[in-house]
Design a protein around this ligand. Sequence first.
Ligand SMILES: NC(=O)c1ccc[n+]([C@@H]2O[C@H](COP(=O)([O-])OP(=O)(O)OC[C@H]3O[C@@H](n4cnc5c(N)ncnc54)[C@H](O)[C@@H]3O)[C@@H](O)[C@H]2O)c1
Length: 346
Amino acid sequence: MNPFNVAVIGCGAISGNHFHALEKLDTARLTAVCDINAEKANAAADAQHVRACTDWQALIQDPGIDAVHLCVPHWLHRPMAVAALRAGKHVLCEKPMGMNADEAAQMAAAARETGKALTVCFQNRYNPASRRMKALIDSGALGAFLGGSAFVVWNRGEQYYQNCDWRGRWRTEGGSVLINQAIHTLDLINWLSGGLRVTHGRMSAHRLAQTIETEDTCELLLSDAAGHRCLFYASNCGVNNLPVQLHLTFEQGELHMDGSRLTVKTPDMTALEDYSAQVKVGKDYWGSGHGPFIEDFYRRLQAGEAPAIPPEDALRTMRLMDEAYRADTSERRRPDNECDPPSRTE
Ligand SMILES: NC(=O)c1ccc[n+]([C@@H]2O[C@H](COP(=O)([O-])OP(=O)(O)OC[C@H]3O[C@@H](n4cnc5c(N)ncnc54)[C@H](O)[C@@H]3O)[C@@H](O)[C@H]2O)c1
């Protein structure tokens, strides 16, 4: 079978992880790159030896393209995904799945209507420690879930926001630490616990209050259907980018993830599993999941199978994220009209 012809739209910070993953595949080949900034498009095209384009709407009409990767600012995910699906393309969208659950639902509906594949880049599910936790939980060896906690302490300073025209604004980023950095960990705890709801939520801006409209810190109390609680804390006010910590307690054991190290406790033993020797591409806090995630997407597509992270699954995490923003009653809360599109041309 011929490889899928792929275009990457958005040649910014994360695009390198997509290029690197695609280089290794025989199921897909990079055919074109697109960025509204011609310099960035041309630089990526030269490095990848493919053609450049600056008009994503023209690109998605190209019959020579089978799939697009959306590596653009959050507010562009929904319009680009829906248009690309309707143009007959498969879509691999960077997280988040749009700006909120409503946009995510529109993306999922477009995938259902068109029969094209849509997946969302929650690549941390493919980190070895995540896969190991999921396999242990699904095996039933740990018994019922009793609760957990997650901590994301990273460092994003003024320059990260000031050197960028879309971060730190409700209408273009849709939030900050929760929707952008901690959404991976929210997705992991939601996925591994079997599904959570928000009981309490609080957003604040401590260090970046003068720089961003959005939150730099988020504190949540979550609960599963049986009332087992999970504490969730995320902040961009850290001094470093610390390894993400996730702790899950079960009737028959505990799982403690500290970055790429996993401690598995059962009544009989405590074992430390260290996955930190994995080859990494890009920043280490992005994990090593882009490669296996993208490989799996095209392997399944070629086999006629649905993506491992189908739209309905990613939508569950977007709903949880929305509940968190809605639970916040602080002055920092997300405005009701947060999804009004910016006046710039899409
Ligand atoms: N999965 C991860 O771990 C991870 C890590 C970093 C970023 N991301 C996500 O990747 C996406 C991009 O983030 P980034 O950090 O690369 O941002 P970035 O600002 O570095 O890059 C975005 C690029 O999109 C381009 N762009 C903007 N409007 C466009 C348009 N209309 N047409 C074509 N190109 C356009 C910009 O010129 C820019 O080059 C975001 O959704 C972000 O959350 C994911």
